[in-house]
Write a protein that binds this ligand. Sequence first.
Ligand SMILES: [Zn+2]
Length: 330
Amino acid sequence: MFLTPVLFCTLLLQDLELSAEQQKIQEQAQQILETVEAFTETKKNKLKPYASKDKRVYLFSDFRSKEAKIALKDCSTILACLDRSLIEPEDPSECSLRGIMIQKKRTYEKLCDMLSENVPSMAGFFLRQRTTSGFTLYDPPISIYYFEGGIKAEASASHDMAHNFVHLEMNRRYGILPLWIIEGLACAGEDGAFGEVWSNWYRDGFVFSLSHSGWRGKDTQNILEKMKPGFTELFAYAARPYEDAEAHMAFAFLTYALEAEPLELKKFCDLLKVEYGKNYELGGRFVPSVEFQQKILLEAFGEGFEARFRAWWLDPPKWNAWQKSEKKKR
Ligand SMILES: [Zn+2]
């Protein structure tokens, strides 16, 4: 194609801008990584290091070592649950993920302060985190978790950590995905690995009263009975704010796909990845239209997906069925 000089300049300028943006992201990632490493290595902060045998999960924690080890194991279990469906990485140590699990308020605040000082472009973000129960970063892949005393009764630190590891791993594999998939998959992963869902992403008010082990049963079945055909509500669900019915639909979709049609799910995610790369700004939110998602659903899963999905949910297998069959194989 012939380019007029003006158009040519614009294109070049865009290229330059993009690389400047990428450079900024890289710089930020480096600053974050260096800060986190310096912080975890400082003896005074009392963050003990733990690593899984395959070097895929690194955890730093001031929890009692028994609890930290449970969290380490839970993170590995949930990754194994994803691998089963989405194919294992060839070298796990090449795709390691990092978690920091903090119990002491002062330590958590100190880390937020240090990050806000050392990463000026994200100073506001890190300062705001001082009053939250943690945050997850994708570049570099790190989940920082602060176990608030106040929510102790309704939270499970190791499940929260494992839930966040699903976010990290999915981002490593597919980059940015629509939020309903990110959150639905983390809950499906929790249920698949432990038979309970603790870390649904809106842990206020009424969610407290839900039973943690009821997601694979009546709670979800009742919602699916009323769900309109074509997944229109689910595909239009932005996941912020949390809606109980749509959250269960997301959980149901991903539980079924992970367990019954994993290769097709992989294809579905691959198609989304391509779409994001083609039509979305780097780092921006991903909100594809309902029609687009219906189109790639058919492309990835083929005809009759909804009928198979609904039939499966009438009598879903017990949560640990795959673990049992896996043990038998060994
Ligand atoms: Zn989440």
